[in-house]
Design a protein around this ligand. Structure first.
Ligand code: SF4
Length: 187
C-alpha cells in the first residue's frame, strides 16, 4: 500500500494490465519493471500483496484506499490469483473506506464481500458508447455492454457506484483520477 495524491492510499496487486488500453497513463510503470514487452503483454503478480497489506493496516492510520491506481484490479488474471479479493477482505474486515476502479464485470464476483461494508464505492470507466471505438482503444478490455451490465448488477446489489439520475439509469462521463467514468447517481 502506498500513499496516494488521489485518495489516502493506493494498492496495486498487479504491475501491468492485460486490458492494454492504448491511452493508458500507467505505461510509465514499464520504467520501473524492466519489461520490454508492449503495455498489456506483461503482468507481474504481487503474490504477497495481501500479506503485506495485512501488516500495513495494523500499523497505519485508516484512510480511503484506491484499488487500483496503475492497473485494473479485476483484469483477467484476478480470476486465477484473487489478489484483489484477498486485499479487499482485509480492508473490509478493518472497516477502511475503499474506492474500486475497474473496467471489468469480474467485480461482481465480490459483491457479497462488498456488501459487508457501507464504505465502498465502485467506478466503472466507460470511455465511449461506440463498441468499434472501444475495440480500437481498449482492445482487450470488456465490452461497453458488459460494463453497463456490471454497473446494473452493483446497483441491484446496493453497492454505491458513483452516481444516478431520476428515471432510471442515465449516463454521464466524468474525468476523475485521470480517467473517464460512467456516473450513475441514485435518487
Ligand atoms: S484498464 Fe486501466 S490500467 Fe488497464 S490498461 Fe486500461 S487504462 Fe490502463
Amino acid at each position: 500500500m502506498s500513499k496516494s495524491k488521489v485518495f489516502d492510499y493506493v494498492i496495486n496487486p498487479y504491475i501491468g494490465c492485460q486490458h492494454g488500453c492504448t491511452y493508458c497513463y500507467a505505461r510509465f510503470m514499464k520504467r520501473f519493471t524492466g519489461h520490454k514487452e508492449a503495455w498489456g503483454e506483461f503482468v507481474d503478480v504481487k503474490i504477497i500483496a495481501a500479506a503485506l497489506l495485512q501488516r500495513e493496516v495494523e500499523k497505519m492510520p485508516p484512510g480511503r484506499v484506491w484499488v487500483s491506481g496503475v492497473c485494473d484490479p479485476y483484469q483477467p488474471l484476478e480470476k486465477t490469483y484473487e489478489l484483489t479479493k484477498k486485499c479487499l477482505e482485509i480492508l473490509v474486515r478493518h472497516d477502511w473506506p475503499i474506492t474500486i476502479q475497474t473496467k471489468s464485470p469480474l467485480v461482481l464476483r465480490d459483491v457479497n464481500l462488498l456488501r459487508e461494508t457501507d464504505k465502498v464505492e465502485v467506478g466503472l470507466s466507460v470511455t465511449t458508447g461506440d463498441e468499434g471505438v472501444r475495440q480500437l482503444f481498449e482492445p482487450s478490455a470488456p465490452s461497453i455492454k458488459e460494463r453497463i451490465k456490471a454497473l446494473e448488477g452493483l446497483r441491484l446489489a446496493g453497492i454505491r457506484c458513483l452516481g444516478l439520475f431520476p428515471n432510471g439509469i442515465m449516463f454521464a462521463t466524468c474525468l476523475f483520477g485521470g480517467r473517464l467514468y460512467l456516473i450513475v447517481i441514485e435518487d
